[in-house]
Design a protein around this ligand. Structure first.
Ligand SMILES: [Zn+2]
Length: 121
């Protein structure tokens, strides 16, 4: 059962096979984020792909797309990198729910993907 810590947060403990924990540890290290933030990023990715998350606002200026993440309750910046890919500054990866949202739901970004100006992994 989640243990409430505040009106907005719940703390869970979870049992994982050691192998899964090691995979998460490795990926978190690779991204330079905590394992806790990695798991949140993975859950948000799932939420985006399954219609549970939404973006209230976005901005596309120069090389940065700014999203308002409803579940995180904060802005998330996605950077257009030199290799024609999008990098999420929050999740520290090219492949997360925010990038997924940007390429599938922002018409200007989707157009750039179709024209090959943005590469999707
Ligand atoms: Zn992200």
């Amino acid at each position: 059962m989640p243990r409430p810590t505040s009106a907005r947060e719940a703390v869970w403990s979870i049992r994982l096979k050691r192998e899964i924990d090691e995979i998460l540890e490795k990926e978190a290290k690779k991204r330079g984020i905590s394992k806790n933030d990695l798991v949140k990023s993975i859950i948000l990715d799932w939420a985006y792909r399954n219609g549970y998350n939404k973006v209230l606002h976005f901005n596309f200026r120069n090389t940065t797309i700014t999203l308002w993440d409803f579940l995180l309750n904060q802005t998330v910046d996605i950077t257009y990198t030199g290799d024609k890919r999008l990098f999420c500054e929050h999740c520290r990866t090219h492949n997360c729910g925010h990038v997924y949202y940007a390429v599938t739901s922002i018409p200007e970004v989707a157009r750039k993907v179709r024209r090959g100006e943005i590469r999707v992994d």
